[in-house]
Design a protein around this ligand. Structure first.
Ligand code: HEM
Length: 399
């Protein structure tokens, strides 16, 4: 039986149109103003954009499940439903918890201690190289440096450089979009290459001591089967680079353009962590994920019917004026630790401690070695799953 959506407001627009992907916030505001949920005929699913309802939806992982896929792409969803859960992102229940614990081992704060010195050295190196008073492109240099130099190496795929990882990841996020979307279609072959690589990955092709090697060691100990370990390599390889790069891009842009912000952090380094949280709230590099509605789910006013699909818009929730005062303003004292940029509930991001450490380390170095930041005109990324800056001209004036 088809779920009923007659009682809901209709949003007859394309959430994946290029101009919406580049800047989704005007549409997100309309979605929030329509109510706690709206029906979007073009993608045959509900959208939820208010903080309270997105947060409640992310918490309700028994009713709103991930195991039937989290994208908006019917082809990918159909395949996921047939093949069963693969990566941790698309598992549910106890199976999800058990596998997530394994995935998280090298990403917990204690384990990350061993990366701190390397992150600090690399941050110092890239800031020294770019703080010259001369304009440079920051997304591919300053913002990418720690994800490329440290994170891509920690994943530990011997024959795969960061360029290929970034291409794969952008394609995987593009394939999040509807099947008839041009970006989804263009990304298909690259995603296929990625899947092909991952599903035939041999334990000999990973760096000893790396995160992928940790998964194959779990196979040797009899904890998980080989096909599961291979699928979980995608959990490290897909979301670990661009997300952080985009969040850093937002942080740099805001510190360059919001009057007094960088001076205030320089004067009071205790603001570094609040700035990181506020940057992740403002950036929300992943707009949101979808869920299958397994059982009727009550939002603030309406009930999402069992059998439907819902797109939970983390990025909209993070700009909800019902939850954050003056939400479009970058406020370095806000410290929004509850923001949904890293998700919420059982599927909350496993890489959030690492991403936070990368951002704090870089900002710490900027505060020490840079006097002022200036920005030129940025261009925006157009991707079905990710949003943020594509190119960001910047000048760092050395201290
Ligand atoms: C600023 C950087 C990052 C952002 C904004 C981000 C965002 C997110 C979000 C919104 C989710 C929730 C998924 C859901 O609700 O279904 C998530 C989950 C996840 N993230 Fe991140 N992420 C970041 C960095 C990373 C890094 C560095 C890694 C790996 C090293 C990573 C690995 C994962 C994995 C494996 C999941 C799935 C967790 C689960 O399903 O239980 N992420 N991330």
């Amino acid at each position: 039986m088809k779920p009923s959506f007659e009682r809901f407001p209709i949003l007859d627009e394309d959430l994946f149109a290029p101009e919406v992907l580049a800047d989704s916030y005007p549409m997100f505001r309309r979605i929030r103003d329509l109510g706690d949920a709206a029906w979007v005929p073009r993608i045959s699913m509900f959208v939820v954009g208010r903080f309270k309802d997105v947060q409640a939806g992310l918490r309700a992982s028994d009713a709103l499940i991930s195991g039937e896929g989290v994208s908006a792409n019917e082809a990918v969803l159909g395949e996921a439903a047939q093949r069963g859960p693969t990566s941790v992102l698309t598992m549910d229940g106890q199976e999800h918890l058990t596998h997530k614990q394994l995935l998280m081992k090298p990403l917990m704060p204690g384990a990350l201690q061993s990366l701190k010195d390397r992150l600090a050295r690399e941050a110092a190196e890239i800031v020294r190289a770019t703080a010259t008073g001369v304009e440079f492109e920051a997304m591919s240099t300053l913002a990418s440096h720690l994800p490329i130099r440290i994170v891509s190496k920690m994943i530990g795929l011997t024959d795969v450089g960061h360029e290929r990882l970034l291409r794969w990841s952008a394609a995987a996020f593009d394939c999040f979009g509807p099947a008839d979307n041009p970006l989804t279609q263009a990304a298909g072959p690259t995603l296929f290459d990625f899947l092909n690589y991952g599903f035939t990955l041999s334990p000999d092709a990973v760096v000893p001591g790396g995160w992928a090697a940790g998964l194959f060691e779990a196979v040797e100990r009899g904890e998980i089967p080989m096909d599961r370990a291979r699928a979980m390599v995608f959990d490290y390889a897909t979301p670990s680079l661009d997300t952080t790069i985009l969040a850093v891009g937002e942080m740099l842009w805001r510190l360059a353009t919001v009057e007094g912000a960088f001076d205030a952090v320089r004067a009071n380094p205790a603001l570094i962590t609040p700035v990181v949280y506020e940057s992740v709230r403002m950036a929300t590099p992943i707009r949101g994920f979808t869920r299958h509605v397994r059982s009727d789910f009550a939002l603030s006013d309406n009930v999402l019917p069992a059998g439907s699909r819902v797109f939970l818009l983390n990025a909209s929730a993070n700009r909800d004026e019902r939850h954050y005062r003056d939400p479009d303003r970058f406020d370095i004292t806000r410290n929004p630790r509850d923001n949904l940029g890293w998700g919420h509930g059982k599927h909350v991001c496993v890489g959030m401690h690492l991403a936070r450490l990368e951002m704090e380390t870089l900002l710490g170095e900027l505060v020490r070695s840079v006097r002022a930041i200036e920005a030129g005109t940025p261009t925006r990324l157009v991707n079905n799953g990710l949003h943020g800056y594509h190119r960001l001209p910047l000048i760092l004036h050395p201290a």
